[in-house]
Structure formats: C-alpha cells, structure tokens
Unconditional design. Structure first.
Length: 221
C-alpha cells in the first residue's frame, strides 16, 4: 500500500471518528428512532454536531495541547506510555457524552446508547492494556465499529441505509453496509502496518478489544 494512501486511511479511520460515522449510519437507516424524519432535519444535524464535537474536536484539542506542554513528543505517540494521558482525556469526554445524552431525557434509541457505552468501554480497556503492552487505538475503534454494525443489523432487521442525493434515493442493504465496514476496517489495519505504527499482534488486540467492548455494552444497557 502506498504511504500516501496509508496516511489517508489513518486519518479517515481515526478512532475518534467512529461514533460520528456510526451516528450518520443510524440516522440514515432509521431516523425515526431519533425523533426526526431525515438526516437533514435540524435536530439530527444538532445531534451530529454535538457528538462530533464531544468525541473528536474537544478530545483532539485536549491532546494537541499536550504537545506544546511537553507531555507528549508527537501526535503520533509511538511510545505507549505517552498514550496514557490522551486515553484519560478522551475517556472523560466519552463518559460525559454518555451521561448527558442518556440522562437528559432526549429521544435516543438504546442502540445508540450501546454504541456510545461500547466506545467508552473500549477506550478504558485499551488504556489498561496499553499500560502493559502496546495496542492499536485505530483497530480498537474499527473492531468496535464492526460490532456496532452487526448489532444494528440484528436490532433493526429489515431496514436499509438510505443514500440521498439531488433527485435520487438509493436503499442499501445492511449486509452491504457491514461488508463495506469490514473492508474499511481491514484497510485501516493494513495502513497502520504500512506506516510501521504497529505489529500484527497490536492490531489483533485492538480488533478484539473493540469488538468485545460493544458486546459488553449490549449486555449492560
């Protein structure tokens, strides 16, 4: 895989983007579960902005501030011990999102609460494992993403993903969505290997932890 493509996949497959991707998919499959009629409704857009800000923008800003403070050497954080602080910062924001979304009386399906809790559990499991051995945060996110897609397909049987564009609408089966997600997850893992960021063992640990975390959330919620 060319380095440029590997870097691109690492960016778009960043673990902090997983919940935003999943929310987009859930809204495209069943917007009524969120109390809206379409992905373009005002409340749907506000929810997307809130989730994107809380799970990507704010944690990313917090981690970025650690570099000028000398707490991390680079944003890539090749040393596993440098990742302890970023894991804690991100985990706090994810816990905050879970508490505010699902204790505030908003109209959100249990499926999304399981996704948020699963991502949070995955973060803290990766944090604990990272203390002893290196684990890929990217594949932790991808493992969770695949588990979320499978959970969606099982929970919302018979639904499909609606792709809209000016003058058209295409209904994509959830089987095709899952297959695309698996290919994407595999490509992100390959990209991390290409860039020399992780060993295969790091990737397998990540996939497993992310997948199990969502299963745990499914039993808890």
């Amino acid at each position: 895989m060319p380095i440029s493509i590997a870097k691109f996949l690492s960016y778009v497959g960043h673990p902090l983007l997983v919940l935003t991707y999943m929310l987009l998919i859930l809204l495209a499959v069943n917007p009524y579960a969120f109390g809206v009629r379409a992905l373009t409704d005002r409340n749907a857009i506000l929810l997307l902005v809130s989730v994107f800000s809380t799970t990507f923008v704010l944690p990313g800003f917090g981690v970025a501030l650690m570099k000028p403070l000398g707490l991390i050497q680079s944003l890539e954080m090749p040393d596993k011990m440098e990742r302890i602080g970023p894991y804690i910062i991100t985990g706090v924001f994810y816990l905050w999102l879970f508490k505010n979304l699902f204790s505030g009386g908003g109209h959100y399906p249990d499926l999304f609460s399981k996704c948020v809790l699963g991502a949070t559990i995955g973060l803290f499991l990766a944090f604990l494992i990272n203390i002893f051995t290196k684990i890929s945060a990217h594949t932790t996110g991808m493992g969770g993403f695949i588990a979320m897609l499978l959970l969606m397909a099982f929970t919302w049987k018979g639904n499909g993903l609606h792709l809209f564009w000016p003058g058209g609408n295409l209904l994509v089966s959830l089987t095709a969505v899952i297959a695309t997600g698996i290919v994407f997850a595999g490509a992100v893992g390959t990209a991390r290997l290409t860039l020399g960021a992780h060993t295969p063992a790091d990737l397998y640990r990540g996939y497993g932890v992310g997948f199990v975390a969502v299963l745990l959330a499914n039993f808890i919620v």
